[in-house]
Write a protein of this length. Structure first.
Length: 192
C-alpha cells in the first residue's frame, strides 16, 4: 500500500469515480484488515469495522492532504474506528451489566419490601418532577445510570463546569423540596 502509487486514483476518487474506489479498496484492504484483526477478535465485528473504515474513507477523502502519506492517514481512520467500536462495545456491556443488576425478582405484592419500594419510588418521582429538565437529566444520568460528571458532560455536549453546577443546583433543589414534603406530610426527610 504505497501512497504515491495511489495518488492519481485518490484524485479520481475525490471526483466520485467508483472504479477508483474499487482500485483503492483492492490495494489497501488486506493491510487494513490485518491491522483490524490484530486489534479486534470476532469476524463479524471485524467486518463491521472494515465497512465503517471504508465508509469513513469515502466521506473524509476531501480532507486528505496529499503531502502526507496516505498509508498513515488510512491507518489513522482504522485506529479511530476500532477505538469507537471498543467504546460502543464497552457501553453496551456496561448497560447489559446494569440491566442485570437492576432486575428485581418479583415478590408477593403484599410484602413490606414492595410497599416501601413503591412508596419510595413515588416520593422520588415526585421530587424529580419539581426539577427542570436540565437538572433532572443530570440527576437521572448520575444516580440512575451511574455516569460520572465527565461522562455526563460528554453525553450532553456541555462543559464539565456546567454539569457540576447543574448537579449542585439539582441536589440543592431536591433537598429543599424534600424538606417541604417532609413538613407537609409530617414524615422523615430522606434526602440529606
Amino acid at each position: 500500500m504505497q501512497g504515491s502509487d495511489l495518488t492519481p486514483w485518490l484524485q479520481r476518487l475525490k471526483e466520485g469515480d467508483k472504479e477508483a474506489f474499487r482500485y483503492v479498496y483492492d490495494r489497501t484492504v488486506d493491510n487494513v484488515y490485518r491491522t483490524v484483526a490484530l486489534l479486534v477478535s470476532g469476524r463479524q465485528d471485524i467486518e463491521d469495522i472494515m465497512n465503517e473504515i471504508y465508509f469513513k474513507l469515502w466521506l473524509s477523502l476531501p480532507n486528505y492532504d496529499p503531502k502526507r502519506p496516505f498509508r498513515n492517514w488510512l491507518h489513522g481512520i482504522a485506529i479511530r474506528q476500532v477505538q469507537d467500536w471498543r467504546r460502543r462495545k464497552w457501553r453496551r456491556f456496561r448497560l447489559f451489566e446494569r440491566q442485570k443488576m437492576l432486575e428485581i425478582q418479583p415478590e408477593h405484592p403484599r410484602t413490606d419490601r414492595v410497599i416501601v419500594w413503591n412508596e419510595t419510588t413515588r416520593e422520588l418521582l415526585e421530587l424529580l418532577n419539581h426539577l427542570s429538565y436540565k437538572l433532572r437529566i443530570v440527576v437521572v444520568l448520575r444516580y440512575y445510570h451511574e455516569y460520572s460528571l465527565t461522562e455526563i458532560s460528554e453525553l450532553l455536549a456541555v462543559p464539565l463546569g456546567t454539569v457540576k453546577s447543574r448537579h449542585h443546583q439539582a441536589l440543592k433543589e431536591l433537598r429543599k423540596h424534600s424538606v417541604e414534603l417532609d413538613l407537609e406530610e409530617g414524615g422523615d426527610c430522606f434526602v440529606h
